[in-house]
Design a protein around this ligand. Structure first.
Ligand code: NAI
Length: 793
């Protein structure tokens, strides 16, 4: 046999990683684990345990405590007790703890990697070379942030006690993404790992004790969804950070709406992997291996939708199938395995069922002729082609090693297909032309775009989604903000519960618009329009006198306004300089009408406040004109041959519920940051004095504000809020009002998971620059997209 023939028949021999040390670790704990609360192991209050098993063999690994309400209560109370001392530590001292954790993870990296692979079924190559090194990197990076916290985030405070719930696909990595920024910013933590993969979190608990982390700073309670729910609902928790399914994310949005809990959600995805005809196809094929077969495709940002330009589709498919035939599926502990086990039988059945449905809808299924292990939970790498964009396999997250392929003809069609999803987590774009790649990257609606690369993560770069992939970022400066609050915001007193009728307006009275001469109309798409209802509500002054009437807007008016705002989204693509010019122009025109506006406003809020509102509104206009081209993103430097460009992008179309007590300044304080950032707005002005809208129309009309950029619908806040919050084509909702109004906004926004920002029912001093304008407002007016661009050889 010649060398060449021998080479052709050469097979990989098994190269198993030795699991002895990890198994000894399990044995040393008698394969039974309680909860880690206040630095001590506790038996579960109700005495219940469940099993965790190795998905590649089905063998039981250990018994795990099932957390109950009482266990969560004990853990939250431990975190609360530990909070003041932890918050008051100096920055360098907190940093030292994080460094120590990072070091200890590195020292134990092999044992942790094996434990992760045993519990999760992912190839040891991945847990050893990707998961655990990134865990250590995350703690090192955030040790640095702990050191710099006071310098870089002055006048900010930690949220307090943070509840964190993580999934099973990257158990220790998700723990690091959650715990490192929380501790760096002075929060204490109760973390619930996923029920399928609790082991590395429990090993991490030991590391906390080994480095002498003060008791109660990190608490780990194991259990299922019910345990997670108890944590979400606990009244002493100040923030919830969740990674998992969109469905549970939605439930958590609703469950936290009645509280002031801060919330970040990292949810599902259906990320496009776009291959243009000028791409390096061999690299793109390797990218696909990492994009969809990494971690068996159980990755929220998996490149699960292949969009390939028609001219190269056949060629790419041939190359891809050849590569798929060389993928090795088998024992995850084998170092030469590419694809390990699926986490659980229910997930495997879900994958099988979705693929069947896809085939029934016309997809052509191709799998390589490889032999799967005889036991354990495995699924072949799968290519579904001829997939219709509306097919279930193109729309739903499969969370398995299944690629759904579609073709496109033009770059424009590629972007349309890419955005044809409710998700917006990540995207990969492959082209040798920097123009084509970056043009697509700018247009795709997702929090991360990898150019000629895929599934790259780093502690310095924010990760998180647009749309129903959630809100908030993890990693880098942007991720830290999720665990901090400006002190003025956190400490603001509660606003009195608002009742409009107490101010003289009688919400129950409506009159036909024809009865009162001067009825303020609605302002939609740049035009003054009559309300659909044909009715108006009387508006009274501070002394109860009738000042005029405002149109009674309804559901249909809101829908028209959202449509107009959506059509005007070209505003976000105008240059920031142009947006600034228009804001200056508004200021000029407001200034010319200052006296008459002041006089009318006086009837509602008194002369002193009216003068102050007009003056502050003018200043606010100048501020946001100034900000329009200055709220820059960043260029991150991850430790690869890449840069990650963190771009601030407008969120899109945003609903605005303006505060009641400052009719003019309240309107400008919320609407200006949004339009300065390039969003379009549908605003509901103060119900107390909606007549201000009439003055605003005239100012906007004379200031070249393009029609549809600002839309105003007057009426009853409670009714209009409901329609706005439930509107599926609205991207975000800002609501400043009393506590009940804010809760309603949050609860009703859960449908399409629109980003919701409220004053949490607090009384903010909008007249002050600190509380009324600036970075905090702008941070909520933009969303960050991280575009990873390779450079160098
Ligand atoms: P899941 O969303 O149910 O579980 C994630 C975590 O949330 C687990 O720790 C779980 O115990 C907890 N949880 C469940 N219900 C809860 C509730 N009502 N309140 C608080 N916590 C709760 O995800 P699951 O069932 O493990 O997977 C189902 C599907 O979700 C997958 O097929 C996949 O499509 C998606 N998924 C997405 C992930 C991502 O990273 N985006 C991660 C895991 C799953």
């Amino acid at each position: 046999m010649s060398v060449v023939e021998k080479f052709g028949t050469m097979e990989y021999g098994p190269a198993p990683e030795d699991a002895k040390e990890s198994l000894l670790w399990l044995d040393g704990r008698k394969r039974r684990f309680g909860h880690f609360i206040a630095g001590v192991w506790h038996d579960p209050a109700e005495g219940k345990y469940f099993e965790t098993a190795d998905p590649s063999t089905g063998e039981k690994l250990a018994d795990i405590a099932q957390g109950s309400v009482a266990d969560i209560d004990a853990a939250v109370s431990a975190a609360r007790t530990a909070l003041p001392a932890w918050q008051n530590l100096s920055c360098p001292t907190r940093a030292k703890y994080l460094y120590a954790v990072a070091r200890q993870i590195q020292k134990n990296s092999r044992r942790l990697a094996v434990l992760e692979t045993l519990d999760n079924g992912k190839p040891i190559r991945e847990s050893r070379d990707i998961d655990i090194p990134l865990v250590a990197r995350h703690f090192y990076h955030h040790a640095g942030w702990a050191q710099l916290l006071d310098q870089e985030f002055p006048a900010h405070e930690s949220c307090g006690v943070v509840g964190q719930i993580i999934p099973w696909n990257f158990p220790l990595l998700m723990l690091a993404w959650k715990i490192a920024p929380a501790l760096a910013t002075g929060n204490t933590v109760v973390l619930k790992p996923a029920e399928y993969t609790p082991l590395t979190a429990l090993a991490f608990a030991e590391i906390c004790n080994e480095v002498g982390l003060p008791a109660g700073v990190v608490n780990i309670v194991t259990g299922d969804g019910a345990t997670g729910e108890a944590l979400v609902k606990h009244t002493e928790v100040d923030k919830i950070a969740f990674t998992g399914s969109t469905e549970v994310g939605r439930a958590i949005r609703r469950a936290t709406a009645q509280s002031h809990k801060k919330l970040s959600l990292e949810l599902g995805g259906k990320s496009p992997f776009i291959v243009f005809e000028d791409a390096d196809l061999d690299s793109a094929v390797e990218g696909l291996v990492d994009g969809i077969w990494f971690n068996q495709g159980q990755v929220c940002c998996a490149g699960s939708r292949l969009l390939v330009q028609e001219s190269v589709a056949a060629k790419l498919t041939r190359k891809l199938q050849a590569r798929m035939s060389t993928l090795r599926v088998g024992s995850p502990l084998d170092k030469s395995i590419d694809i390990g086990a699926i986490i659980a039988r229910v997930q495997l059945e879900r994958i099988e069922s979705l693929v069947k449905q896809g085939i029934a809808e016309g997809a052509v299924c191709w799998q390589p002729e490889i032999v799967l292990p005889s036991r354990g939970l495995f699924y072949k790498p799968t290519l579904l082609s001829n997939v219709h964009p509306t097919s279930i396999v193109a729309q739903q997250e499969i969370f398995g090693p299944v690629l759904a392929a579609m073709t496109f003809r033009t770059p424009r069609e590629a972007v349309e297909l890419a955005n044809n999803t409710v998700y917006g987590l990540a995207a990969s774009v492959w082209s040798e032309s920097v123009n084509v790649a970056l043009q697509a990257a700018a247009q795709i609606k997702s929090g991360v775009v990898w150019v000629n690369s895929t599934n790259l993560f780093d502690a310095a770069c924010g990760f998180g989604g647009y749309r129903e992939s959630g809100f908030g970022r993890e990693g880098g400066r942007e991720g830290l903000l999720e665990y901090l609050e400006p002190a003025w915001f956190k400490r603001a007193p509660a606003l009195k519960s608002e009742s409009i009728s107490a101010n003289g307006n009688t919400p129950d009275v409506v009159v036909p618009t024809t009865v009162i001469d001067r009825t303020v109309k609605l302002y939609i798409g740049g035009k003054q329009t009559r309300p659909d209802s044909g009715y108006s509500i009387p508006v009274h002054g501070a002394k109860g006198e009738l000042l005029g009437a405002a149109s009674l807007g309804n559901r249909k008016d809101i829908r028209n306004a959202v449509e107009a705002a959506r059509k005007a989204e070209g505003w976000g693509k105008t240059t920031a300089h142009n947006r600034a010019q228009i804001l200056f122009y508004i200021a000029e025109n407001l200034s010319q009408r200052a006296d008459e506006i002041k006089a009318r406003l006086t009837a509602a809020v008194g002369a002193k406040q009216a003068a102050a509102e007009v003056q502050s509104s003018l200043e606010r206009l100048f501020s946001y004109a100034a900000w329009a081209d200055k709220f820059d993103g960043a260029v991150h430097s991850p430790p690869f041959r890449n840069i990650s460009i963190a771009m601030n992008e407008p969120i899109g179309t945003v609903g605005v519920i303006c505060p009641n007590d400052t009719p003019l300044l309240g309107f400008f304080s919320l609407v200006l940051p949004l339009i300065s950032a390039g969003n379009t707005a549908v605003a509901i002005p103060s119900e107390k004095y909606p007549l201000i809208a009439a003055d605003l129309y005239q100012v906007f009309e004379t200031s070249d504000v393009p029609g549809g950029v600002i839309n105003i619908v007057t009426g009853r806040t409670s009714e209009l809020l409901k329609t706005l919050a439930e509107h599926d084509d609205l991207d975000a909702l800002w609501c400043f009002g009393d506590s009940a109004t804010c809760s309603t906004a949050k609860a009703l926004s859960a449908g399409n998971l629109k980003q919701t920002w409220t004053n949490e029912g607090r009384a903010l001093d909008l007249f002050s620059v600190e509380q009324g304008e600036g970075r905090t407002f702008l941070q909520h007016a933009y969303q960050l997209k991280n575009i990873w661009v390779p450079y160098g050889e």
